[in-house]
Design a protein around this ligand. Sequence first.
Ligand SMILES: [Mn+2]
Length: 430
Amino acid sequence: MDFKFIHAADLHIDSPMRGLSNYDGAPAERLRSATRQALTALVDLAIAEQVAFVLYVGDIFDGDWADFHTGQFFREQNVRLVRAAIRVFIVKGNHDAESQITKVLPKVEGVHVFDHKRCETQEIAELKVALHGQSFKQRAVTDDLAQDYPAAQTGWFNIGLLHTCLTPETAGTHLPYAPTSVATLASKGYDYFALGHVHQRQVVRETAPRIVFPGNLQGRHANETGSKGCELVTVRDGQIEAEHIALDRVRWHRLGIDATGLADVDALAAACSAQLRTLLEDMPEPLHAVRVSVAGQSELARLEAAQRGTVEAAVRAAAEDLQGLDVWIEKVEADLSAPIDRAALEGRDDALSEVVRLVNELAGDDDSVLVWVRGELQDLKELPSDLASQAPGNLDAAALRELLADAEATVLAKMPASVAKPAGQGRAPT
Ligand SMILES: [Mn+2]
């Protein structure tokens, strides 16, 4: 029999957007309600598509609810599904493990939460679907839970639900979140493994079984970029067709702008507008939260050195000028250096050439940089004890070289362009 289902994970309902209060002019309410709006959109989709069931594979909640509203909201959305004859299956993950959530609400009939003591199997007889799953008991689960999942029921469509970091390759590191392996999952003979935990969508294996991390439903900060949503899976004659459906209401992006050759704020704003348009075209729908990095050798370094905040203001202005797109600049990072011909400067005979020569000399050799810093910066030994470990004398040569390069860039950027430019350029004829 043909049917559809939705697979979602890592909803993190009401997860606080980190550091939000630090941002001036942040659309705080839209950011704060985004995880809820994304879930409402999922339920709308489930009802419109007439799916048979919805799977939530852990981390529905970010942790214990601040009050009952968080749980009540999720419960209301489940009631909407059940009224539309859509069943709900849940396993709990590390963030909402059995031991993490202390508040209780009455159960909803048609919503099943898998046991945390052992793997259990739920059957939907009319579709011949068997669902195998186990919840997290506490935050850390070092055992391979999948090992004890039963073999597939022959002649049925078998789905495994598992919150897991899977392998070090998928999770990025070894973490105690029910680690297992693709081989273990494949050995069960299931058709589909609905995973949760990894926030970046990942199709781990295409078929037999199809193994998928759907990613989170709504990105929560600048490290969770790109479209977020759920898997809409159609099963026709036992064959799987699946697609990712975007449901996020705020989408996070990173935009790097090469400032080389941009000589003033108008040039920066123009470049920024053009790149924002390219990045966001075909995506009018959600609010776009963008972290912008401006880097390179540019006159902008001098403008920024003379008046801090110039680069950020220009980027924000560019975003405001965009028509038809909903953009909020979350943060602007500037890593600029003034366009300077160091070789030409070094050959001159003035204060600037002395700076360049000193930096060259020190950077060339680990011992000399350490000796010079310890000698010149004696006074910093008086630092309070909690800062002492960061005193220049305690840094290694590589860190000191980086500091020196930074210091040189700052000094040179503060010079008027006519001084720092190689002779013959930018000077008034005499
Ligand atoms: Mn998790």
